[in-house]
Every structure is written in C-alpha cells, then in structure tokens.
Design a binder for this molecule. Structure first.
Ligand SMILES: Nc1nc2c(ncn2[C@@H]2O[C@H](COP(=O)(O)OP(=O)(O)OP(=O)(O)O)[C@@H](O)[C@H]2O)c(=O)[nH]1
Ligand SMILES: [Mg+2]
Length: 300
C-alpha cells in the first residue's frame, strides 16, 4: 500500500433513538463493538468503531439517539451526540424508515439546517417497509436536507451496507491512518465489558428499568493461567429494582451473568470469571466518577 493513497476520517453516525445506528456501526466494522437493543436510548456514550476498506480507515462515531433531554444523564447523552457530529468529516444521518419522519427526526432535521459537513442520508430497516413508502420518504427528505448521497439499507440483513461502506471510503480525506490496523474500537475492554452486561439487562428487563440502570467495571485481573477475573457493579435507583434484577432465588442475575460472561470471553478471546453485584443508589446519575467510567462528559 503506498503512503500517498491512504485515507482516514471521522464519520458521525447520528439519528433518533432506535434508528439502528449501533447495528449499522457493527455491520460496517464487521464485528460487534456497540451494544444493541429493541429499546430506545440504548447507547449512552460516544463510541468509535473502526472500519477498514482497502486503503481507507473509517472512524465511525456511534452516538446516543438524540431526544428531548430531561435529567442530567439525558443532557450528557445529547451533548455527546452533537459533539460527535461537530468533530466529524461527514455526517451519516440514520433514519428508521419503518418509523418514518416523526417528531424526533424533525428536530434533528432542523438542527442540521446550518450544517457545514457533507451529509449521507441513510434510510434503514428497508426490510420492514414497502417500496412506495420508501421512495416517498426519500424524495421528501432529500428535498429538505439536500444530502450528498442517499442510501437505502437494512443493517440487520446487510442489504446496501457494502455500497455504503464503499461510498464512505471515497468520502474520506487523504492522509495517514489514525489508529493501528488491528484496532476495532476506541473503548477500553473495561468499558466494553460493562456495556455487554448492560446489554443483557436492557434486553431482559422492561419498562423503566433499563434507564434506571448503570454498570461499572470495578476490578479487573488478568491471571497467569490465561483467564480474567472481572467484578462489576450494577447500579439501580430503588430497592424494588434491585429485587427485579436479582430475580427469584437469584435466577435472573445468574442468567445475566452467564450470558454476559460468554460475550466478554468472546470479545477478549480468553476465559472469564465474572462476578456481579447489585447496589441501590437513588442518585447514581449524579455521580461524576461514574460518568467518567462510562465515557460521558458531565453536563451542567
Ligand atoms: N428489521 C430491522 N431491524 C433493525 C435494523 N437495523 C436495526 N434494527 C433493530 O432496531 C433496534 C435498534 O437498533 P440499535 O442499533 O440499538 O439502534 P440505535 O439507533 O443505536 O439506538 P439508540 O442507541 O437507542 O439510539 C434493534 O432491535 C435492532 O435489531 C434493520 O435494518 N431491520
Ligand atoms: Mg445505539
């Protein structure tokens, strides 16, 4: 590979909650770097997934879905999303084609009005939508957003993902790669391990619980026998939530731990011993140290 032809740049992946941003980042990277769930507001902090194609390194900044902020955690998440967009070479706006241009999408469109960046518009989840609806949506959004390119994809099925990746490659500025070739994410293993446990919780519990929960990796020990011992704390806001996470006779916590341990071991490529405990802290979302641990800036 000749030095002159390498390309590298940042792509901010933004969109409403649940649009499929993290699923798309994983598909472009070619492995799971970001957690995914059918619930809105799964991603909390900015996370970079690194995709490589030919001579190009595409740094995909996965952001929290942009929504109406209420508490401090929400404000920090929205701030993380827009910061991701400002620093980027290109904005990838992901829209859930099945949900259409709802109020959240409208808010994002108006905020993008004054953008300085090139924009790719991605209509995702085309596997769920009739062609006519898709075309109507595409015409409407294109006339209002004036994107540089439009893609219709299914991030879960893979349709259109290769074309999108190729176009991203060509849109990256020329320059040296910014990360080592083998790196797939900027998150530390501690953070990824905490996220994988949170993914199990978000996918197993309902209603308010996912939003009331945070996971923190407390200790990490790589043993000489090749295994890793990890202790994590699951924070909830109330005693009743603690009881739900633990489940009857500890069954639910056991299942969360077993599934997460398997995912973490797969990620690390080594055996893992995972110990979880649940702690009640009604104000965990006011704890500055925790924000740092989960990769968010404190938002006043
Ligand atoms: N049918 C279908 N489902 C999809 C597609 N892409 C993503 N999903 C699903 O949509 C849900 C949300 O996906 P995520 O990737 O977590 O969405 P997100 O935009 O990152 O959401 P937040 O992090 O909450 O902002 C998950 O259940 C995905 O499996 C798709 O192309 N087709
Ligand atoms: Mg996400």
């Amino acid at each position: 590979m000749s030095e002159i032809n390498t390309r590298a740049g940042f792509v901010a992946v933004i969109g409403a909650p649940n649009a499929g941003k993290s699923t798309l980042v994983n598909a472009l990277v070619g492995q799971k770097v970001a957690i995914v769930s059918p619930k809105a507001q799964t991603t909390r902090a900015r996370l970079m997934g690194i995709a490589i194609e030919g001579a190009a390194q595409i740094l995909l900044v996965d952001t929290p879905g942009i929504f109406e902020p209420r508490r401090r955690l929400d404000r920090a998440m929205v701030a993380a999303a827009w910061t991701g967009a400002q620093d980027a070479d290109l904005i990838l706006l992901v829209i859930d084609a099945a949900a259409g241009a709802n109020a959240e999408v409208e808010r994002i469109i108006s905020s993008l009005g004054a953008r300085q960046h090139p924009l790719f518009l991605v209509l995702n989840k085309i596997d769920l939508v009739k062609k006519e609806k898709l075309l109507g949506m595409s015409v409407n959004l294109t006339s209002r957003l004036n994107p540089d390119k439009v893609f219709m994809i299914s991030a879960t099925q893979g349709d259109g993902v290769a074309d999108l990746k190729h176009a991203l490659t060509e849109a990256m500025p020329e320059g040296p790669w910014l990360y080592p070739e083998e790196e797939v994410s900027d998150a530390t293993d501690r953070m990824i391990a905490a996220e994988l446990t949170r993914e199990q919780i978000v996918n197993r519990l309902h209603q308010e619980l996912p939003y009331a929960t945070a996971v923190e990796t407390e200790t990490w020990e790589d043993r000489p026998d090749g295994s890793t011992v990890i202790r994590q704390q699951i924070l909830v806001e109330r005693d009743s939530q603690k009881a739900i996470v633990i489940g009857k006779g500890g069954q639910r916590l056991k299942a969360i731990g077993a599934a997460s341990r398997e995912e973490i071991a797969h990620h690390l490529g080594r055996p893992v011993h995972l110990y979880l405990h649940v702690k009640v802290n009604p104000r965990w979302d006011e704890d500055r140290g925790l924000y740092r641990e989960i990769g968010l800036e404190w938002a006043d």
